[in-house]
Design a protein around this ligand. Structure first.
Ligand code: OXD
Length: 309
């Protein structure tokens, strides 16, 4: 069995070492566009170039080295029936929960004020956080978002989610479908975007949505940069409903140094690190899926091409 490793990771040998020890019988190849035809069976991919599918049309399945498959599904040469498996959790949900609890606490516990006070050697207690004043809403409630929602609910924030269909998760109020979007947005003072990027969710975070949010709301985007209309965000921070935004993803990554988000006083920005792919967990999960495929067993995490995730 020949398997290609296709990733912009500058040190692919760190992956290959783990992959070879997990599945020593396979022939692992670090692929690059100059390689001749490999006649490989499978490929592990992260943001692969279009030419991969032109050169290796015989692939039986591909494994995405992340949860979001938007970069893959927009490739026109991607064969229509090629099975795609995405990462399911693989250590991402705990990291995401930690990131979101941290960002929410930064805001609701006014940590920037305490940092300023430290610089000025000021010993002063600010008003304690009243959790009922900070209802949190998750746009999207996939596998990775669930742990975050539950962690914040455990900390006694009022937490709700909005998704295609209703979700039955203890302590989390579920809103679903177009009809319930306005009610959901109107109640959510902290809006956390975890939607998959599809043609339906492109520019979902826009002026119309921000206008419906409560006064002095906060937007946290850990989905994709293309979910956000950047001009609308800047306007909403300047004149509108939003008091702050936390952004981990951007339509152009790395974010160009001239971008106004870098120095905006009301924006906290991180370089797409809310839930990075962890090598050990990922290798364990993908090699397990490969072994299941070999035994013709059921394999979870297959992307629904119609739905787009
Ligand atoms: C992912 C990501 O999709 O890291 O996994 O953004």
């Amino acid at each position: 069995m020949k398997i290609l490793f296709v990733s912009p990771d500058p040190r692919p040998e760190r992956w290959i070492q783990l992959l070879e020890s997990a599945l020593p019988d396979a022939d692992w190849v670090v692929w690059h566009p100059e390689l001749p035809h490999q006649d490989a069976d499978y490929a592990l991919v992260w943001q692969p170039p279009e030419i991969l599918f032109k050169k290796e049309p015989q692939l039986k399945a591909i494994f995405n080295l992340g949860a979001g498959v938007d970069a893959l599904l927009k490739l026109s040469k991607l064969p229509k029936t090629l099975p795609i498996y995405r990462l399911e959790d693989a250590g991402m949900s705990a990291q995401m929960a930690e990131y979101l609890v941290h960002q929410v606490a930064e805001i609701t516990r006014v940590m920037t004020i305490y940092r300023q006070q430290q610089q000025q050697k000021v010993w002063r207690m600010q008003a304690p956080c009243r959790r009922h004043e900070w209802p949190i809403g998750f746009l999207g409630m996939g596998q990775i978002a669930q742990k975050s929602a539950q962690a914040l609910a455990l900390l006694e924030y009022p937490v709700a989610s909005w998704s295609r269909s209703k979700k039955a998760l203890t302590g989390i109020e579920s809103y679903a479908g177009e009809d319930q979007l306005t009610a959901f947005v109107q109640r959510s003072r902290i809006l956390i975007n975890t939607l998959p990027l599809t043609s339906e969710t492109h520019s979902f975070l826009n002026q119309r949505l921000f206008d419906q949010m409560p006064e002095k709301s906060v937007l946290i985007n850990v989905g994709r940069g293309q979910h956000l209309n950047e001009m609308d965000l800047l306007n909403a921070l300047e004149y509108g409903k939003l008091s702050h935004a936390v952004l981990d993803v951007f339509s152009e990554e790395p974010l160009p140094s001239s971008h106004p988000f870098w120095s905006h006083a009301k924006i906290t920005l991180t370089p797409h690190i809310s839930a990075p792919t962890l090598r050990e967990e990922t290798v364990r999960q993908i090699t397990d899926k490969l072994q299941r495929i070999a035994k013709r067993e059921e394999v979870s995490g297959r992307v629904d091409r119609e739905r787009g995730y």
